[in-house]
Design a protein around this ligand. Structure first.
Ligand SMILES: Nc1nc2c(c(=O)[nH]1)N[C@H]1C(S)=C(S)[C@@H](COP(=O)(O)O)O[C@H]1N2
Ligand SMILES: [Mo]
Length: 321
């Protein structure tokens, strides 16, 4: 993520693109031919799964749901797993190793605020209660890169129904774990930790909204937000909060992590729109991870038929930043 204030954590806009070049197709193919990337990647990804001994492993792969389409082929797993935004573990894209320091069990998820009765559920118990499925969705980062991932998870609608929100609840706030001992980024006091995101109840219960526990047919790697993260494919990627430990139902609009840092650049709605530039760069195109060419960005990231109606009565708000 890029923010405007001149502080130690800021990355210049020019830093966004060059890093992608490392992963362009030609270099990837060269790397595979040389044996370096494939061997390294296999060891890396396989080793992680073994080290985690994830108790949910046997549930995978989830049943495929082909209703939702992505505009491009699935991104190679190794790229999606090793090119990440996860500021808890550092501000570079290379947090794959650092993120492994996070213990994934026990993992308690708290439900609070305007619901019939507050409760806490361990992630494995939560997964037992939810309708698990796999969906292929596109992911568009506000930094103008994108990927396509076969996500495993469950519709957030099912989680909201289980929580039994009171009639007055209008939003769901979601929070990431807080553990500065293992997450060095959280020792930087200028960030508003823990990472917080929010959705309206209508957004949270929209059929597209997915809570993600896995990808590529197995539990998520630490780097992608294991054991629980959000995915809202029509919104910029910063809405997709990782390492979630809390769902709070509220009648007040939550202020998200990036909004708190730089409200003029990162708002609450954050819907994808190629015609509304970020204050410092265009959103008209995106770099597809693993490809040399840029492709045009599409309004609602291509998911308008499912979500555009949610916003038709909202006036005077910045829906696309
Ligand atoms: N807790 C937390 N969640 C986060 C972030 C973060 O820094 N911390 N980055 C967000 C951003 S900007 C993006 S693009 C996606 C990246 O998800 P990926 O690493 O699986 O591609 O995670 C989002 N969720
Ligand atoms: Mo992002």
């Amino acid at each position: 993520m890029l923010i405007k204030i001149k502080r130690g954590w800021e990355k210049p806009e020019s830093a966004v693109t060059p890093e992608h070049l490392f992963w362009n197709r030609r270099q990837l193919i060269k790397g595979i031919a040389a044996g370096s990337i494939l061997a390294g990647g296999t060891a890396l990804l396989g080793g992680d799964a073994v080290a985690q001994a994830d108790p949910s492993s046997s549930l995978y792969p989830f049943k495929k749901n082909d209703k939702y389409k992505a505009p491009r082929p699935v991104t190679p797993e190794m790229l999606a797993a090793t090119y990440n935004n996860y500021y808890e573990f550092g501000s570079s894209k290379r947090i794959y190793e650092a993120a492994k320091a996070l213990p994934l069990r026990p993992w308690e998820v708290k439900f609070s605020g305007m619901i019939e009765k507050p409760f806490t559920l361990g992630i494995d118990d939560l997964m037992k209660k939810m309708p698990l499925e796999e969906r292929v969705y596109a992911h568009r980062c506000v930094e103008a890169w994108s990927m396509v991932v076969p996500w495993s998870g469950f519709a957030m609608k099912a989680l909201v129904e289980m929580a039994k929100p009171l009639a007055g609840a209008k939003y769901v706030a979601m929070k990431t774990f807080m553990n500065p001992k293992v997450a060095p980024g959280q020792r930087a006091a200028w960030y508003p930790w823990p990472y917080t995101e929010g959705l309206t109840i209508e957004e949270a219960t929209n059929e597209l909204t997915l809570l993600v526990t896995g990808a590529y047919g197995k539990p998520l790697p630490h780097s992608m937000g294991s054991p629980l993260r959000l995915h809202t494919p029509w919104k910029y990627g910063f809405k997709a909060v990782k390492g979630v430990v809390s769902f709070e139902f509220t009648d007040k609009r939550p202020k998200s992590f990036w909004e708190e840092l730089q409200a003029s650049e990162y708002g609450f709605w954050a819907n994808v729109n190629p015609d509304v530039p970020h204050p410092r760069w265009s959103q008209a195109q995106e770099t597809v991870l693993g490809q040399d060419e840029k492709v045009p960005t599409v309004i609602w990231n291509g998911y308008g038929e499912f979500v555009a109606h949610l916003y038709k009565d909202i006036k005077g708000e910045q829906l696309f930043m």
